[in-house]
Design a protein around this ligand. Structure first.
Ligand code: NAP
Length: 321
């Protein structure tokens, strides 16, 4: 492993999961010398072998306890539905003073599933880097993924501040802006900004796939940018998104209820020819778009996490594999 730049922030970082997010963080740590050693645990032997081939970890295992035994920082980068089982395998296996963090797209469920398994003397700092693409697996990561994006940390009450500071320093070293908030607040915000848009994309593309064959072929052939953008979002990893919806159920259902009401109001406005209502709404939504651009949150391509792709992703989506 080549350390090229800054002082290491950790001696050993252990990843659990080395897909898009884990491998992007590992590549960044490696590129900038942010840790002395990287280990990882993945589920399949194929991914373990590929990680070693890519040279993005010093050691790779299919056994979590092997990967985490000497770690100062354990970064959980697996789908959130795997957390309960991962948490159980961490119990009694971490050294005193270790920090456990994660990158999961929901936060209350992560705290529920991981925190009860951690021993005294181990700190827990849940986190969520708001950056992604629709691609998956260790080949899809790249070290610039996090540059200029937000990372949300949701520290657990009573946790050591120093642990949060160290995790914050890591994400900042990856080019991220970091903000702390309650897990509940995180889940509500992401329900609107990321989870609902994904649900809409899955629905629209699902509707198109249910059309009769001839019409479906034409939809694909004449696919205009609106539909094309939806298909990119709807190509996001099925396991990850199944787990997100099942683990942020309440916030998603609440925002979905509001969305359905608004959709009904639009339906009514179209039926009754209420052009002014439509025009007013479209004018307001244009302002939101301008606000996002002014806040520097606009990048050219919309992506998996309701965030934006920074460059052409290099990896393959699961369905490409
Ligand atoms: P990914 O590319 O599909 O990679 C998932 C990784 O987790 C793989 O290495 C997989 O190993 C491993 N894994 C799966 N189940 C496991 C288990 N039970 N035990 C141990 N390892 C397991 O996923 P990702 O996109 O990086 O997402 C990872 C996490 O980041 C998710 O929690 C997601 O919510 C969050 N997140 C995603 C994005 C995004 O845009 N993709 C953005 C921000 C946060 P195998 O290959 O061997 O199965």
């Amino acid at each position: 492993m080549t350390n090229t730049a800054s002082e290491p922030l950790f001696d050993t970082v252990a990843f659990i999961g080395m897909g898009l997010i884990g491998s992007s963080l590992a590549r960044r740590i490696l590129r900038d010398g942010l840790a002395k050693k990287i280990t990882c645990a993945v589920r399949s032997e194929a991914t373990r072998d590929r990680v070693l081939e890519l040279g993005i970890a010093d050691e790779a295992y299919c056994d979590i306890k092997e990967a985490v035994k000497d770690a100062d920082l354990v970064m959980i980068c697996a789908p959130v539905g795997a957390n309960e089982a991962i948490g159980a395998q961490l119990a009694g296996k971490l050294k005193k003073g270790a920090i456990v963090s994660d990158v999961g797209s929901v936060k209350q469920a992560v705290i529920r599933d991981i925190a009860p398994h951690l021993d005294e003397g181990v700190s827990f700092v849940p986190g969520h880097p708001l950056a992604g693409t629709e691609h998956s697996g260790p080949d899809s990561g790249f070290p610039e993924l996090f540059e200029g994006r937000w990372c949300i940390l949701t520290p657990v009450p009573g946790e050591k501040e120093s642990a949060t500071t160290r995790v914050q320093a890591l994400w900042e070293a990856c080019g991220m802006k970091v903000e702390c908030m309650d897990a509940d607040h995180h889940d509500r915000i992401l329900g609107i900004t990321s989870h609902l848009p994904h649900l809409i994309a899955y629905t629209i593309v699902g509707t198109a796939t249910d059309l009769e064959d001839a019409l479906r072929q034409e939809v694909i052939k004449f696919s205009a940018s609106g539909f094309r953008d939806f298909t990119r979002i709807a190509a996001s990893d099925p396991t990850m998104w199944r787990d997100v919806f099942l683990n942020n159920r309440e916030a998603v259902l609440e925002v979905l209820g509001r969305f359905q009401e608004d959709l009904m109001a639009l339906q009514r406005a179209i039926r009754w020819g209420e052009g002014e209502k439509l025009f007013d709404l479209f004018t307001r939504t244009r302002e939101i778009r301008r606000g996002i651009v002014d806040a520097g949150q606009y990048f050219t391509n919309f992506s998996a996490e309701g965030e934006d792709r920074q460059s052409d992703a290099k990896g393959k989506s699961k369905s490409d594999k």
